[in-house]
Every structure is written in structure tokens, then in C-alpha cells.
Design a protein around this ligand. Structure first.
Ligand SMILES: [Zn+2]
Length: 116
């Protein structure tokens, strides 16, 4: 989903939630009570909503900025609980990726297990 920006100073939380007003896939309007706030930090809110019609979920980051409110959302197959868990997990770095690649390259059983 492309970032959207609403240029209006003094935006309220209600205005921020209007940026994620409908499902990007089936265009069904979200009910405000369906939108769950997963995390809040300073002027940023991480929200999660599942479409009651098609069942797809969106996670969005809503940011209050001096020149207005902006949001960036992604269609996801995670659950809200996963977002909390992943937020506190270690990040994957290049060394992790190379180690995983080498592991799969050298271990036939793992390669068949994970890649088939
Ligand atoms: Zn939908």
C-alpha cells in the first residue's frame, strides 16, 4: 500500500484512523472498533485490522508529523500477537542470511525439508 499523507495541522487520532478506512483488496469499509492499536510511541501508532468480508489483514504505521498525518500499510498474514513478539525479536543480519544459505547448501536433508 502506498504511503498516504493528509496535510492538516492539529490532526486528531480519528483523522489518523480515517487514513485506513477501507480494505485495499475488496474496498469494504472498516469499522473503527475493528482497528487494534498494537503499539504507540511518541507520535507513531502501529495498528492492525482484519477485513470482515475477505479476511485479509493490514498492519499500518500512522505518524503524526508537523505538516499532517501520514500512514504506511502492508497487507499481512501475521496476527497482532506476532507483531508484538517480532517487535522484541533480534533482527536478521547479513551474517544470519549467509549462515542459513551455507547450512542449506551443505545439508541435503534440511534443503529438502525447507525448500520443498
Ligand atoms: Zn477485504
Amino acid at each position: 500500500m502506498a504511503p498516504r499523507k493528509k496535510k492538516r495541522p492539529n490532526s486528531t487520532d480519528d483523522e489518523a484512523l480515517q487514513l485506513i478506512h477501507q480494505c485495499p483488496l475488496c474496498e469494504t469499509a472498516y469499522e473503527p472498533l475493528e482497528i487494534k492499536v498494537i503499539d504507540e510511541q511518541d507520535s507513531k501508532h502501529l495498528v492492525f485490522v482484519t477485513c470482515r468480508k475477505c479476511g485479509h489483514s493490514v498492519v499500518a504505521l500512522i505518524m503524526h508529523q508537523p505538516n499532517g498525518v501520514s500512514s504506511m500499510g502492508l497487507i499481512t498474514d501475521t496476527q497482532p500477537e506476532d507483531l508484538v513478539r517480532l517487535k522484541n525479536a533480534d533482527t536478521v543480519n547479513w551474517d544470519d542470511c549467509i549462515a542459513w544459505h551455507n547450512f542449506l547448501k551443505e545439508d541435503q536433508l534440511s534443503r529438502e525439508t525447507f525448500l520443498n
